[in-house]
Design a protein around this ligand. Sequence first.
Ligand code: PA5
Ligand code: NI
Length: 167
Amino acid sequence: MSGQFWDETAFQTLFAELGNIPLYEVYELTRPAVPGELIHGISILHSGIVGNEYFMTKGHYHVVLETSELYHCLSGQGVMVMENLDGEWEILELRPGVSLYVLPGWAHRSVNTSPTEDLISLFAYPGNAGHDYGTIETQGFRKLVINRSGSPAVINNPRWLAPTERL
Ligand code: PA5
Ligand code: NI
């Protein structure tokens, strides 16, 4: 997660304090990488803050852009941050019992907005989807979810680079 949070110094300080304790854990049943299979499992995103950003997953596009993903929140509270290559973005709430569909072609990242609880979700995606982390590593997401006086707020990512600005 180095380089993913806006406040890298806060991340490094926390990393030094926590050592190897992960911000999140993913347990999945790996299936053959073919379209007819569903890779599925559970992600556990712990509660915490880096600078003023909530703990979040790294986030990714699927390598096969035409593939989607289903999430179902089992416990905790948070949001799913999504965007696509056409410049559209959406942030949807995750709370227990909510199912959320990530459309084909949309990058996705979950964010835990609870001050105390893990955000636990079940997910499933096609076996051939693959994970493209590079695009998000390079440009980040357009929107950040931050803690503003104890409540979640959405802001523009000051470091987001449009593809044409990257050269
Ligand atoms: O496939 C998914 O979208 C999830 O299983 C994620 O992989 C999981 O939430 C961890 O996020 P990331 O892969 O972005 O680190
Ligand atoms: Ni995914």
